[in-house]
Design a protein around this ligand. Structure first.
Ligand code: ADP
Ligand code: MG
Length: 280
């Protein structure tokens, strides 16, 4: 009995060591350039939606992608995560072509209108927990950190009081926040968010901002955020990329504010200050 206990203990210890090695190997393997976009051109039909788009994002950067409606932001994100294949140019995500990335949990991608079916038989909390499971892999056992990560993620999107409701009952905006929480809970290496805070109140924006900044600062995550409402994150951003079919501006927010551009709500006035950039 005791002998069996010792063998088991040794086996568990080996498992723990293996897990530590695998974890540190996973972090060490992250390249400096997390996302490289080179000369990407894309069209759904005849009209090109993206023309010669190039930029790179380094590890740990918090970047915002802005541009008027219809400027190709959502399309670009779909190309970046491998859902669409560009007609020309190249994308490298974590050092490989997006479609070749085996560990999908490394990317937390939340589309503008996530498709959650109305009859999905799961609660809000259960969906968010999936974000943890994907990350864990077969060799990991449940961790106390899992419950904590789920709690934090729910708080970040202000859905704690809705956690036991079936997701199908929630509004479209709330469902998108569930998907953001699922992505946050997985603590991905790259977080790609398409207009995640449209229409949520200031307090929820602030909580969201705090959890994204936490991911960037404590987990070396890299974040690409599409949003019209950069006010809540203006002080935290490293980069702003302005897109209108091609990249019109790419630089630190200070370079934009120096030109008299505020990073507040841009749903209406963005096209105006885009003209001022004069193709910079
Ligand atoms: N699935 C699609 N099929 C055909 N055209 C599309 C599709 N999705 C977007 N478009 C078109 O591509 C252009 C860019 O759209 P989109 O990437 O959604 O821009 P944004 O996210 O900046 O508002 C628009 O003209 C839009 O009508
Ligand atoms: Mg869009």
């Amino acid at each position: 009995m005791a002998r069996r206990g010792r063998t088991l203990a040794r086996f568990l210890d080996l498992g723990r060591k293996l897990r530590t090695i695998l974890d540190s190997a996973a972090t060490a393997a992250l390249p400096d350039t997390i996302l490289a976009v080179d000369g990407v051109t894309f069209s759904y039909g005849h009209e090109p939606v993206l023309v010669d788009v190039s930029f790179a994002i380094r590890r740990g950067e918090f970047a915002a992608l802005v541009g008027p409606n219809g400027s190709g932001k959502s399309t670009l994100l779909r190309v970046l995560v491998g859902l669409l294949r560009p007609q020309a140019g190249r994308v490298e995500l974590l050092g490989v072509a997006p479609r070749d990335l085996a560990e999908r949990w490394r990317i937390g991608y939340v589309p503008q209108r996530p498709a959650l079916t109305g009859d999905l038989p799961a609660t809000v909390e259960e969906v968010v927990r999936i974000g943890r499971l994907a990350r864990r892999g077969w060799w990991r056992r449940g961790r106390t950190g899992d419950a904590e990560a789920v709690d934090h993620a729910l708080q970040a999107v202000a859905l704690t009081d809705q956690r036991r409701r079936p997701v199908g009952e929630l509004s479209g905006g709330q469902q998108q926040r569930v998907m953001i929480a699922k992505a946050l809970a997985g603590e991905p290496d790259v977080l790609v968010l398409d207009e995640p805070i449209a229409g949520v109140d200031r307090e929820a924006q602030q909580q969201f901002r705090d959890s994204v900044v936490h991911l960037v600062e404590h987990h070396s995550a890299t974040v690409l955020l599409v949003s019209h409402e950069l006010g809540a994150v203006a002080d935290d951003l490293d980069r702003v990329i302005v897109l209108k079919r091609t990249v019109l501006f790419d630089g630190p927010p200070s370079a934009l504010t120096a030109r008299g551009v505020s990073l507040g709500v841009h749903r209406d006035d963005l096209p105006l200050w885009l003209e001022d950039l004069g193709g910079a």
